[in-house]
Design a protein around this ligand. Sequence first.
Ligand SMILES: [Zn+2]
Ligand SMILES: [Zn+2]
Length: 588
Amino acid sequence: MTEKQHSRLHQQFDQLLQELTNRAALSEQSSRNLPLPTEAGEIVPRLWEAGIDDVKLAQALSALFKRELFNGIVKDRDSLVRSSNDRCPWLIVDRVLYVSNPYDRAQIEPLMRRKNDPKDKLKFEKLGILAMSDFDSDLVVQASYDHGVSVAEVSGAWAKGFVDELLNEAIALRASDIHINPESHGGVIKFRVDGRCQVCRVPGLQTIERERFRLVSNNLMERVGKQNNYLEPTSGYLVFQSAHKQVSMRLEMAPVKIYSEIQPKITIRLLNNQRGVNKLESLGLSPLHVAQLRSLGHRANGMLVVTGPTGSGKSTTLKAILKDIRDSFPEKAIYSIEDPVEDQLDGITSLEVTKHMSFAKALRSLLRHDPDVIMVGEIRDAETAELALRASMTGHLVLTTLHTNDSHGAINRLRNLGLDNALMAENLMAVTAQRLVNKVCPHCSSMLPITQSKELWAKYQHVPELKNPDILVPVVSNKEGCQHCNFGYTGRHLVCELFLNDPLAETEIIEGVPSNEIRRQQSQRGVFNDLWDDGIRLVKEGVTTLEALENKINPIRVARAYRKADYGKPVGRAYTKADEALLDIEQA
Ligand SMILES: [Zn+2]
Ligand SMILES: [Zn+2]
């Protein structure tokens, strides 16, 4: 033992004596008379020999080393057998085997074999308390429990309770995802709430002790009915019933390497933990966008694409449109193909993509089921793109999503997926792009003239729709946030732009004009408002701040706003009679 280890040992011993004195388990006098231990493993036996109350000793150790304590009782001090192998510490007291980690089979199984061997002198009847985890360098009392209950029962019940609490809490916080991350010291739990990933703040749910990490993952794997060998990525589903609602969840497990060990990294997506499927009007779209999307949904054929990054609420928008179609045309045959199915809606038949059924395979099959409307959750490959376009050409309404930066970007994306310009021009009705911006907390912000903030005014005084010094914008005054919010923001709001494929754009698509050029021309003609325009509407309404908006909208678009004067388009355009006329043309 090195000098350093020695002084650490004495320090621990002194701390323990102090703790025992505080608990009146030991007098100052007798504590001075105790001989110093020469190794960590001597500490507890020494104190037992000195006649210290077992329960108080266990409590002191537990308090000192910050570990949990169940009903820890050590009954007899006469028969103490100790492991001679420092790497596999165990202890037998009064025919009870104490191990540092009762869930470690590698540690327990050899002992169990010895127990059953009549020639072996090792005598114990029960597997019991968790005691010193490391005899050589550190002294840790972890936990002990009532001898009447078996290890399996205790661990299973504990894990079930923990996971129940975890899932309930995630539902209550409106989390969209739960992350359970293995780290060298145990597990760390994070929730994604309002798009922001954060360490769980609920006491007792922030971390999982190293020894219990596998119990939690085993319990989760059991709930999704999967084998838990943790050798290959696995996914599965579970339905969890909380006090108020039933939430379906998709679990993903990937084995990750933590130094020399393999540990499961688990991510759980809460599939319908929001308010269910909204009406088109309650998504937060501008009245013009609601009217446009509704009229597009009522057409008999064509393709409508919703774009945006992952987690921007694309499928929420599509589902709201599907619901709107269903409510207006209950006789229509409506199908959706999703990965995974997020919200079930009566009257809409949903297919789920699996390893046996791709989007393309599902779509090909659905076309033989006499559909009117098909939602294709996502177009990822040329085959699906081709099938979706063909469906829209042959008398079906196809709604789908793509990953692009802006609405016009879908044109280039579909070209890259091999779609013919002429066929696309004819059948692509419209493309929206959307983002979710954080809503400002009304408790922590106020509406101020934009000139009050030097920073904001310097930045935006040349932007046409903001250069009026009388404009009021929300400013977060309390950056710490309050009990209703996270750092001044709570919940999210949709920001949307909508590209309608009008006759001029159609010609440009056929001619192969790049999508950004089509976008520029539509802006110039005043028939297109972009994400920034829609965001400014929300800033002026006090829904979100300029900072939150910039955070979510591609900086290039923001930069575009500075140059907006170049576009010479009408400013502050509202929903007018002229738009209704445009809609009528579109419907014809
Ligand atoms: Zn508040
Ligand atoms: Zn607040």
